[in-house]
Design a protein around this ligand. Structure first.
Ligand SMILES: Nc1nc2c(c(=O)[nH]1)N(C=O)[C@@H](CNc1ccc(C(=O)N[C@@H](CCC(=O)O)C(=O)O)cc1)CN2
Ligand SMILES: Nc1ncnc2c1ncn2[C@@H]1O[C@H](COP(=O)(O)OP(=O)(O)OP(=O)(O)O)[C@@H](O)[C@H]1O
Length: 277
């Protein structure tokens, strides 16, 4: 908990800071990157040139490659155990139980992502009850980091895309356009996010498409415009995906998360997370 408070302060500073910022934070256990894969400390955004940006993206690729290897090497029974523990934590969490509208990813086995199937089926299995949650899932619009979050009511609404990830068709079986989060007039309470690597300061490394960062920034702008409360952004992580604090290279476009769900439980990061978790 003490650690979480330190991270809250640091994370708040990072969220507000227009500069690249690799704070010095007390080291926590978990997975260490070798010195060769540690990020270079970056300077201010204004003085950033493309060469420096290239260097950060290069570091990101190195971290991705390291984590992909550790995920591939994970023992299958440990993976199953961790999938169960993480999903149980989510399903029993008050912030999950109370949420009315959420965006969640459809996990993909071949990408070694934390399984979300139990969470999704729990959401979709009570279509008529009062506790029904509105579920939105990603739909990749193009290769320029554009993604939408579309409403689904059944797993049958999904088909595999070219990346072999299940997603809804933007038009349903009746030929109607699906409701889209950015067009919808109700706020989202919760985002359940995928990613390749995370740290306990709120940094998240995606798969390199920029889809989530672009989407989350747009959603935050819309929430601000509408006066909506910001949603809770929670990522799910296997133990090898949790890196030493500060080892994830970031640019100002990277959106920080509020909390991590790990096999050992929830790691609240921001004050918003600490209040609701
Ligand atoms: N389940 C899930 N759905 C998602 C995402 C995700 O990360 N997970 N996305 C999140 O953005 C978006 C899709 N973006 C994706 C970006 C890259 C890859 C992918 O297969 N990457 C390979 C490497 C490919 C390469 O380097 O050329 C990999 O990570 O192994 C998949 C989805 C929307 N839907
Ligand atoms: N050298 C570079 N200079 C500028 N932009 C780049 C560079 N390399 C990649 N990009 C762009 O940055 C974006 C990817 O950013 P980043 O690596 O932070 O994504 P991510 O965090 O993995 O993705 P997501 O948000 O989907 O989880 C893409 O739009 C990509 O085109």
């Amino acid at each position: 908990m003490i650690g979480a408070r330190v991270f809250c302060i640091t994370t708040t500073a990072l969220r507000r800071s227009p500069i690249f910022f690799f704070p010095k934070i007390p080291t926590r256990p978990v997975f260490r990157l070798s010195p060769a894969t540690r990020p270079i400390v970056a300077m201010s955004t204004t003085s950033k040139n493309q060469e420096e940006l290239d260097s950060i993206f290069k570091q990101k690729r190195v971290v991705r490659s390291t984590v992909r290897k550790s995920l591939k090497a994970m023992d299958p029974s440990l993976r199953t155990q961790q999938d169960e523990a993480i999903q149980k934590t989510v399903l029993e969490a008050p912030w999950f139980k109370s949420c009315k509208g959420l965006c969640a990813y459809i996990s993909c086995k071949s990408l070694n992502e934390v399984d979300t199937s139990k969470i999704l089926s729990e959401i979709l299995q009570h279509p008529d009850s009062n506790t029904q949650k509105k579920l939105y899932v990603p739909w990749v619009e193009d290769k320029n980091s554009n993604m939408r979050m579309l409403h689904i009511s059944h797993m049958e609404d999904l088909v595999a895309n070219s990346m072999n990830i299940l997603e809804p068709a933007p038009v349903d079986a009746q030929g109607n356009d699906r409701e889209d989060v950015l067009q919808a007039d109700e706020p989202i309470d919760l985002f359940i996010l995928p990613g390749l690597a995370f740290d306990r300061c709120g940094r998240r490394l995606g798969r390199g498409g920029g889809y989530y960062d672009t989407f989350l920034k747009r959603y935050q702008d819309r929430a601000k415009e509408k006066g909506w409360r910001y949603p809770l952004m929670v990522a799910l992580s296997y133990s090898p995906q949790i890196l030493e604090d500060g080892s994830i290279p970031v640019t100002p476009n990277d959106v920080l998360i509020d909390a991590l769900v790990t096999p050992s439980g929830v790691v609240p990061i921001t004050p918003r997370a600490t209040e609701s978790m």
